[in-house]
Design a protein around this ligand. Structure first.
Ligand code: SF4
Ligand code: SF4
Length: 105
């Protein structure tokens, strides 16, 4: 997938944070913090990485924006998910496919 120049807070509706059952390689401490803030997480693995599946929208979303964006308390895996990079574009693509499937259901 080709990289695109994107700004998370201006060009996106937080597609990487709310498509159902997304996998995030959060650390155990980050998971404890997220759960204390209201996240529903299920432990799991993907491609050999340990992490968690979100069974809820992230509690740090407000009006489709991450309130932890570029802050010290943003989980590391979110902070290193480069906007416009491979993971970002895959998430956006998956979200678009899901929206299309909902439109024809
Ligand atoms: S990383 Fe990508 S999908 Fe996630 S909020 Fe930023 S632009 Fe959107
Ligand atoms: S912390 Fe921010 S970037 Fe990470 S999943 Fe939650 S809303 Fe998305």
């Amino acid at each position: 997938m080709t990289e695109r120049k994107l700004d998370c807070l201006k060009d996106c509706n937080a597609w990487c944070c709310k498509t159902s059952r997304l996998f995030f390689p959060f650390t155990a401490d980050e998971a404890v913090y997220l759960k204390a803030c209201g996240a529903v997480l299920t432990p799991g693995t993907k491609n050999g990485d340990s992490g968690y599946y979100f069974d809820s929208d992230c509690p740090f979303l407000r009006e489709n924006k991450c309130i932890k964006h570029n802050k010290k308390t943003q989980p590391l895996c979110c902070a290193i998910n480069k906007p416009g990079g491979e993971v970002c574009l895959e998430m956006r693509n998956r979200a678009k496919q899901r929206l299309r499937s909902l439109e024809i259901e």
